[in-house]
Design a binder for this molecule. Sequence first.
Ligand code: NDP
Length: 449
Amino acid sequence: MAWKDDLDQFMTGLIRRNPGEPEFHQAVYEVAANLFPYIQGKQVYKDAQIMERLSEPDRIISFRVVWEDDEGNVRVNRGWRVQNNNAIGPYKGGLRFHPSVNQSILKFLAFEQTFKNSLTGLPMGGAKGGANFNPKGKSNGEIMRFCQSFMTELRHYVGADMDIPAGDIGVGGREIGYMFGQHKRLTKEFTGVLTGKGMEFGGSLIRVEATGYGTVYMMQNMLNARNDSFEGKTVSISGSGNVATYACEKVNQLGGKVVTLSDSSGFIFDPKGIDESKLDYIMDLKNVRRGRISEYVEQYPDAHYFEGKKPWGIACDIALPCATQNELNQEDARELLKNGCMGVSEGANMPSSLEAIKIFQEQKILFAPSKAANAGGVAVSGLEMSQNSARISWKEHELQKLLEDIMQNIHDQCEAYGRESDTYIDYVKGANIAGFIKVADAMLAYGSI
Ligand code: NDP
């Protein structure tokens, strides 16, 4: 088939031009494998080289971040901002502070973000940034000095109508506050340059909950389409950060039972379920005391802790990977299916490997890819931008309704473009095509330069 040759040629060129960037290759391949057959009959996209242009970031900014630790030592890290595409709105995407951060990871995230933001229906382009800084074990003062130094350089490239970063792994409300304060100090302007801000200075209600809630709404919509629901379902979640904990909260509200949470050291299994009060304990443990998930079993001795393991061997109906990329491989996928898992909704970005996704699709279980399933967070960030521009604050119930509507709309777009001849819905294909069309048509409208 001609499109297969085109795809091979495209990927060969992409890998040659971007050596040593496996995460970026993986993310582009996942999209291209759906888009090449789709654009086969659409010469206009081929002539305009839309896929080649979308997979070449508009620009990548890399910079030195110098800061001082509590002992007075000078420390040096590297910061980045990858601005992938602003065809449908200003660049938008989170900042990640983690020792594993490198250019490949940020390029994959910025590429994915472009399609995700398009799917929300809001006017936002795609970007991502961060630093190879490890916040673990750092004092509050060290975090503040790092954030201030990071923003001292980043401010040259961001702005309320240009590029609006947000949080991601290692960047929560505290870090956004330090960066926003530094931006304000340096520019003398109070503008909506960041989202995820505190409520006192322009933040939006339900932003912290939005990604986790949205991931669960996506699964709920897929279940509804099969006349099913969360009621009585056993759910396995990985991670114990922002996305994982709010996904857990929403599953509980919808009548499901969450039996696992994890961090990078291991996972806990609580057969009785992680109810509201246990979740309060975890949120305090992780967000206030900055502790480890292993401490849970000291508080709740009926639960078990598995050091160095992932939760995918535990029997569940639904799995919500909410920690990090490539945390669920083909063995994990087989294990989940063997134990009766019937649905996966990705809270983290690209948590399932390509091989794992293939297994889920072959078995035709419900599978929502991250660019659709975790778009609730950036959607509410988009709503925060609107509130900042209009200098207003929407009420919680208004934002809840908007989030639910946006997730329903994302589900419906995936369904419309992903329906296969046998009534199976390929949500990966649906998300890729639906996200692509809007961006591609805007690019066509601008001409080819
Ligand atoms: P947090 O920093 O709040 O939490 C991350 C969680 O994942 C922690 O429990 C962390 O454990 C765990 N984790 C990190 N790295 C690894 C690893 N290599 N192996 C196993 N566990 C790991 O981040 P978020 O909850 O904000 O983000 C989680 C995922 O969701 C990311 O993929 C992010 O890109 C994605 N996402 C987040 C959005 C948001 O609004 N926050 C929006 C859209 C996507 P530990 O404490 O040990 O580091």
